[in-house]
Design a protein around this ligand. Structure first.
Ligand code: ZN
Length: 320
């Protein structure tokens, strides 16, 4: 039997035959919707990732149910995982903060990043800090196409981006769900494109994600990317092609408009300033303004909300 939480195990005690009490360490500050716990007769494979420059090591684990163990291509999963961890550390400039990865007195840190493939999981994946849960459909029990492998890499990168966008910094309220989902969608494709051997990430994005957004945007249910969410039911309905794919498309445009370096610096400043805190649209626009020199007035911000965040048509004058 394996049990996993976002945290290192602080103690483990056998209570009686077949029964063990597992005590986990205290979590870093996190939103309540992010808590995750799994238990079951899982098959585990482990590996390790080390930061190229810092004294930070992560213990990596992938878990599948034992009946799927023969189909688990752990080496491939770890390759993508390590490529992603190195990429996001360069991109975000903030060390992975979960799984007990707080630095000790010597400045070195050792955390963990676990990925669990769960049978009959009711979603694609969930970004519990340090314990990402995926649908078991991503473990291939028959020959898989290149596109399936690339899609799986994209999901792995999407959830990993959430360790920062969503988990380290969380939106104040569901109006700004895009602050984690649009970013994770954009960053997922960016990481696959720039950090892995796949070379069709943006083709897949245009054909799959962006096409999804175009279709959804023609429906009567379309809405601005920065949405008006009065209650939790509305929040639930907002996990859609607008919040994910249209938002990611707009962010891709925005990165091109701001410049790749300025956009990266804005993300780094955003995490440095708001780590373990909550944010909204204006917080992201502020750091973008600082790194690009382009400012957007309240009128522009209002326009973006009304126009479903059409950055390309906004007129944001240069201030320097
Ligand atoms: Zn997501």
């Amino acid at each position: 039997m394996a049990a996993a939480l976002q945290l290192p195990v602080s103690s483990q005690e056998t209570v009686s035959r077949g029964m063990t009490t597992v005590t986990f360490a205290e979590t870093a500050l996190m939103s309540s919707y992010l808590i995750g716990f799994i238990a079951g007769p899982y098959h585990e494979v482990t590996d390790e990732w080390a930061h190229p420059d810092r004294d930070l090591t992560l213990h990596l684990t992938v878990l599948v149910r034992r009946a799927m163990a023969d189909h688990l291509d752990a080496e491939n999963l770890f390759t993508i995982t390590k490529q992603g961890l190195t990429f996001f550390h360069q991109e975000f400039g903030y060390p992975y903060p979960w799984g007990g990865a707080e630095p000790n007195a010597e400045g070195s840190a050792r955390g963990k990043y676990e990925q669990v493939f769960v049978p009959e999981y009711n979603a694609g994946a969930m970004e519990n800090p340090g314990l990402v849960v995926f649908t078991e459909r991503l473990i291939f029990d028959t020959a898989a196409t290149e596109a399936q492998h690339e899609l799986r890499a994209n999901v792995i990168m999407h959830e990993m981006a959430h360790m920062w966008f969503g988990d380290l910094v969380t939106m104040h309220w569901w109006d700004d769900l895009w602050l984690k989902e649009s970013f994770a969608d954009y960053m997922g494709s960016l990481a696959v494109d720039e950090a892995t051997d796949f070379d069709t990430a943006w083709v897949a994005f245009a054909n799959g994600r962006k096409a999804w957004a175009y279709v959804q945007d023609q429906l009567p249910t379309t809405h601005p990317i920065v949405a008006d969410i009065p209650d939790l039911q509305a929040a639930h309905q907002n996990f859609d092609g607008i919040t994910y794919a249209k938002g990611a498309s707009v962010l891709k445009q925005l990165a091109a408009y701001a410049g790749r370096d300025a956009f990266r610096q804005a993300a780094q400043r955003y995490f440095a300033r708001h780590a373990f805190g909550n944010t909204g649209l204006s917080d992201f626009l502020s750091v973008l303004h600082e790194t690009t020199g382009r400012t957007c007035t309240p009128g522009h911000r209002h326009g973006w909300r009304q126009q479903a965040f059409r950055f390309s048509r906004s007129r944001c004058p240069r201030t320097r």
